[in-house]
Design a protein around this ligand. Sequence first.
Ligand code: PEP
Ligand code: MN
Length: 367
Amino acid sequence: MSLNTKKISDWGLGLDKPLIISGPCSAETEEQVISTAKEIAALGKVNVLRAGIWKPRTRPNAFEGIGPIGLEWLNAAKAETGMLTATEVANGSHVEACLKAGIDILWVGARTTVNPFSVQEVADALKGVDIPVLVKNPINPDLGLWIGGLERINQAGITRLGAIHRGFSTFEKTPFRNLPKWDMAIELKRKYPDLDIICDPSHIAGNRDLIPYVCQKALDLDMSGLMIESHITPSVAWSDAAQQVTPSALKDLLESLKFRSADASTPGVENKLDSLRKEIDNLDDDIFQKMSSRMKVADQIGEYKNDNSVTILQVGRWEEIVNKRIALGKAMGLGDEFLDAFLKLIHKESIRRQNVVMNSAGDLAGK
Ligand code: PEP
Ligand code: MN
């Protein structure tokens, strides 16, 4: 089935690529929404103000959103700054409240896209309405489910439609809160070239430090925009405190990003060397990701050894690792000397970290 969608530039809202959406994870108070909005509007680069009004929280007893009063705060912020407004809808009554309040753009969250009943309820509430809708990927890496969500909204008559890549839940601990699957976003783009896909680096990263990397990666892959959570005082945010950035950090971030022209990043236009280098960069990213996961497991071993009074270094185990790994590495075409040095380095770092865990000496990042 094809999707009948309009590009962001044809939404009639004066928007274009790159679409920059920012604002708090959750609307908390009128003062927090308005002050955040004013400061990010002053940067002159943010087109749309976001704020969650109803928050799908993983565990109960967390802050579950301020409710419809927050829609009025979004409207007040719009009147003050001229920015368009966007919020998340997860059921029919959310849609009705947003339409009544005159919110400009809606998005379907990851925890909603995953459930066809919920998406259908949102789609039914949107029948006969003309409002732009962005559909986040489902929390599990299922492209069909993401497409299904887009189709349901599209079949309700919404043509001002876009997608948001916000990463995927994993049981395995990774450096990301939600693991990005760039290949899946690219595949979605390949299937629906007219569908704009933006990236939500905040929910992918889960922490402020990784956000610039995720943003640049998304832009380099020709994504159509970014949704970045910002908060006037992130450290005291009522949700997602670790990943929200201050308006001034947002300014630095947006100034540091390279917004490349579409032509230069279109496959085929770039030369062979560039594309091979990109491939190397991607593989290096994967290696770092795996190393980070590996070291987190080493930390857990450190905790176990500490609790059970076992020494850090266990020579027998180390020899076993080296022998097995060198044989495997050689079978994969890697050189002896490289394998030996590489394994020693990894081992040294594991020992250093276990020392930190067991003796509280220094910190894990080696600072
Ligand atoms: C959000 O945007 O604040 C949110 C809840 O995101 P997601 O649906 O990606 O978890
Ligand atoms: Mn959030």
